[in-house]
Design a protein around this ligand. Structure first.
Ligand code: SAM
Length: 214
């Protein structure tokens, strides 16, 4: 796996493009510049890995568009040392962005083949993301509570288990909607019983799959 000057140059341009689309959090932009996105794509996509577009990663799934990754990460407001759960590991790219920002990252994937492939990649890249094969609707109760939870697939509703697994004061960022587009929501757990909901723009994600892991 080679990260050449050319790749680094393309990454700098991508960061400027994402910044021009409204992402202002310098910690997010720095992480975007640090993680070699071409490592997460099949070699046939290496030349286009730094376009601001989603791409197929197998099993009918996609690596999200860099702007979307940056947008969700900015909303998540991650600080060094935080414990973060990601639902929808996919290629592992988003998880590595979170780790670059100093988070301790746990990530769940429902497709076994993607989980296996991404696990091998994480080992090669020396990232310490903890990967799990399972059902994101259930979260990871054994490792809860989390400071932050990020869902990277379209959820038809907000899973109660994820709220339960948030610390008080914690944030959940989740695209919600069963149709073609989803509303990006940020839920703050204000105390054990209460949450506050904020709504952001519309996005298009692959659907969060049923509660039975394959
Ligand atoms: N975050 C990923 C990345 O950086 O490459 C992209 C995520 S992709 C848009 C959505 C992922 O969510 C897919 O890999 C899909 O298999 C996974 N997924 C869908 N339903 C799930 C569920 N119930 N639990 C866990 N993962 C799920």
């Amino acid at each position: 796996m080679i990260d050449s000057y050319r790749h680094k140059g393309l990454r700098r341009k991508l960061v400027e493009e994402v910044r021009s689309k409204g992402i202002r959090d310098e910690k997010v932009l720095t992480a975007l510049e640090a993680v070699p996105r071409h490592f997460f794509l099949d070699s046939s996509f290496v030349e286009i890995a730094y376009q601001d577009k989603p791409f197929p990663i197998g099993s009918g799934q996609t690596i999200s568009q860099p702007y979307t990754v940056a947008y969700q990460t900015q909303l998540l407001n991650v600080e060094k040392g935080m414990k973060v759960l990601e639902v929808g590991t996919g290629s592992g790219y988003q998880a590595c962005i979170l780790e670059e920002m100093g988070a301790r990252v746990y990530s769940i994937e429902r497709h076994r083949s993607l989980y296996v492939k991404t696990r091998e990649l994480m080992d090669k890249m020396n990232y310490k993301v903890k990967l799990f094969y399972g059902d994101g609707y259930k979260g990871l109760p054994a490792f809860a509570p989390f400071d932050r939870i990020l869902v990277t697939a379209a959820a038809p509703y907000i899973p109660e288990a994820l709220i339960d697994q948030l610390k008080t004061g914690g944030l959940l960022v989740i695209p919600v909607g069963a149709g073609d587009t989803q509303v990006m929501k940020r839920i703050t757990k204000t105390d054990d019983e209460k949450t506050k909901e904020e709504r952001f723009g519309y996005f298009r994600f692959v659907p969060m799959l049923g509660n039975k892991a394959e």
